[in-house]
Design a protein around this ligand. Structure first.
Ligand code: ADP
Ligand code: 5GP
Length: 204
């Protein structure tokens, strides 16, 4: 499980940084990019669907899954538990697909430690004020939750120093384009392309 056929791409950002928006847009534009739906104990926001946005589960179920080793990584983020399903990722990698994961900075660190070839992308907002406006504009979180996430935002952003790529999410179209370009350029790396070239030209 510590070797993968495809590349594992990780997107992190402070809450409201644009992960869901950019991951959804990139998935639509880039072929062959699988997406693992995380499990969480957080209650669904308005408009979120179980099995689409997250697998929404209770704490007892989450703890049982941890004990069973069902998660590739998991973390407490804000007040809730979030985890990436080992089986979900394994099913996707079995087909050789690249995978895009949306996880917090603890998840990013754990994934890099376990899969050094993974590619970590951090989305930085143009300013804390813009981030707060976007969090409020999303209209999904109550004031207490927004305050909590804004208090955490600067600590999150500091972690961008050990990510492989940083995208400044100012203009959305440009941020989507840059994220897409990172994924496509990784696919063109010689070490990724050589097996295909060897098959095409039958040299060793
Ligand atoms: P995250 O998944 O990181 O918490 P979201 O993708 O939900 O963040 O984005 C938070 C809010 O900001 C959403 O309402 C989204 O539409 C908006 N948003 C994201 N990126 C931009 C951008 N570049 N310009 C304007 N609004 C944005
Ligand atoms: P939200 O509640 O806004 O959807 O997500 C809160 C935070 O949890 C975000 O930083 C998001 O990236 C992170 N997150 C979502 N799924 C996972 C996961 O499976 N593992 C980890 N470590 N973090 C996750």
């Amino acid at each position: 499980m510590n070797r993968m056929a495809g590349t594992l791409f990780v997107i992190s950002a402070p809450s409201g940084g644009g992960k869901s928006t950019i991951a959804a847009a990139v998935r639509q534009r880039v072929e062959g990019l699988g997406y693992s739906i995380s499990h969480t104990t957080r209650p669904p926001r308005k408009g979120e669907q179980d099995g689409v946005d997250y697998h929404f589960i209770d704490k007892t179920t989450f703890t049982r899954m941890v004990e069973e080793g069902a998660f590739l990584e998991w973390a407490r983020v804000y007040e809730d538990l979030y985890g990436t399903s080992l089986r979900g990722v394994r099913d996707l990698t079995a087909s050789g697909a690249d995978i895009l994961l949306d996880v917090d900075v603890q998840g990013g660190r754990n994934i890099k430690a376990r899969f050094p070839a993974s590619v970590l992308i951090f989305l930085v907002p143009p300013s804390l004020n813009v981030l707060e406006d976007r969090l409020r504009g999303r209209g999904t979180d109550e004031e207490r939750v927004i305050r909590n996430r804004m208090n955490q935002a600067m600590d999150d952003i500091r972690n961008c120093v050990w990510y492989d790529y940083i995208v400044i999410n100012d203009r959305l179209d440009q941020a989507i384009q840059e994220t897409q370009s990172i994924i496509l350029s990784m696919r063109c790396q010689a070490k990724c392309r050589l097996p295909q070239v060897k098959r095409l030209f039958e040299f060793m």
